[in-house]
Design a binder for this molecule. Structure first.
Ligand code: ZN
Length: 396
């Protein structure tokens, strides 16, 4: 069956009836969500539409959310066996392989369904197509089920709603023929970079260790070969620096970037996201042959976390002329001095003072970073712009 994806302009021009029809099945048995979102047209993007739908459900309150959750079938439940699921659910449960459960898996899922229902009073909701839309496997599904059984009911209710929105997002992407290609690219880069670690079972990358230097090499390679930066280098403190000139190569630059070192057992996105996102932006500009009226300078900062030496922010510090030469005598847990580590890595200490940037040549500095607090999470927002920031000083 061939299928022509919807376009946003079709949707924006649609009558309320047609609009609800187009979004049919996005939220299980709940056309009222699309009905209410219709008034918010025109939508500027698919993301805008998704946000509007999220807001409708948020404003509808707890009872309406519970009713929506209860409109969902159990995972691998009676409705699946009786083949009475909606087309969307059949597709998703089938893709996750739930229709091919072994008798043991099937029995386990039935028991989990019963325990979950007894504890929370609603069915377990999981976006079984997973974060990339390709489908979780049965083991991942059972693990998520077992883990979430331990949640507090309020938290679990919110978790179900988040999964419902994720399910809706995947269904909308299907309807509109949308694949988040650049997001997937950034994701793949983050995964590939996370293969370098000092610990086998956890992600740990500290200053100038072998995995740290491998990360720098890989970032420089991607910038040079995959993204089309004009200049790529690794500087005297190990920062990876990529420059994409503006239409006039002498024009001011926007400085952006973040750190690629990690805390012990850190996450794959802390710091790295702020390097990879502008890399994807430059790649896109380069591929479409575009130059902006200003240059973009992306810095993968070599050090922020102060894990190996107590010289925190030495990567960004060097750019503002605050690299303290006294740091060079610090030693790590193995007794290796910072000076020695830098020399072993082939870094030229005498070049550090020359890394200081002249602020007059820059438009400013922006950084993309994951949220490490509860604000966006509580607001159910995927993205925010920071309007103020705090600095901290520690005294002993
Ligand atoms: Zn960070």
């Amino acid at each position: 069956m061939s299928f022509e994806p919807f376009t946003l302009s079709d949707l924006n021009a649609a009558s309320q009836t047609r609009f609800v029809d187009m979004l049919d099945g996005t939220y299980e048995h709940s056309p009222w969500i699309a009905e209410a979102a219709w008034a918010q047209r025109p939508f500027r993007s698919l993301a805008h539409l998704k946000r509007a739908l999220v807001e409708v459900l948020e404003q509808a309150g707890r009872e309406a959310q519970l009713a929506l959750i209860r409109a969902h079938p159990e995972l691998a439940g009676k409705a699946m066996v009786a083949k009475s699921l909606t087309a969307e659910s059949t597709n998703e449960q089938g893709k996750a392989g739930l229709t091919d459960c072994s008798p043991e898996e099937f029995e386990k899922l039935q028991r989990l369904n019963a325990d979950y229902n007894a504890k929370f009073g609603w069915p377990f909701i999981l976006a079984v197509r997973g974060p990339r839309g390709a489908g979780l496997d049965r083991r991942q599904i059972i693990e998520a089920f077992e883990r979430r059984l331990a949640n507090h009911p309020d938290f679990e209710l919110a978790e179900c709603v988040r999964n419902i929105h994720r399910i809706a997002e995947i269904r909308l992407n299907d309807k509109f023929g949308h694949t988040p290609k650049l997001g997937n690219l950034v994701w793949d880069w983050a995964e590939a970079l996370a293969e370098f670690s000092e610990q086998p079972d956890a992600l740990t990358v500290t200053y100038l260790t072998r995995p740290h230097r491998a990360c720098a090499q890989r970032l420089a390679e991607w910038m040079r070969e995959g993204c089309g930066f004009d200049e790529v280098s690794i500087d005297a403190v190990g920062n990876v620096v990529g420059v994409y000139h503006g239409s006039d190569p002498g024009s001011k630059r926007l400085l952006t970037g973040s750190h690629y070192d990690t805390v012990r057992n850190g996450g794959k996105y802390d710091g790295r996201l702020g390097i990879l996102v502008p890399m994807a932006v430059v790649r896109q500009l380069h591929r479409s042959g575009r130059r902006l009226p200003f240059g973009i300078e992306v810095v993968g900062f070599s050090e922020e976390e102060g894990q190996r030496y107590k010289a925190t922010f030495l990567g960004s510090g060097a750019l503002i002329g605050q690299f303290d030469m006294a740091w060079l005598d610090q030693v790590d847990a193995q007794g290796v001095s910072l000076r020695q580590a830098m020399q072993d890595a082939g870094l030229r200490i005498e070049d550090i003072p020359g890394l200081k940037r002249d602020p007059a040549r820059y438009l400013g500095f922006v950084e993309v970073h994951i949220e490490q607090g509860p604000v966006l999470d509580a607001l159910n927002l995927p993205l925010g712009v920071v309007t103020s920031i705090n600095g901290s000083v520690r005294l002993m």
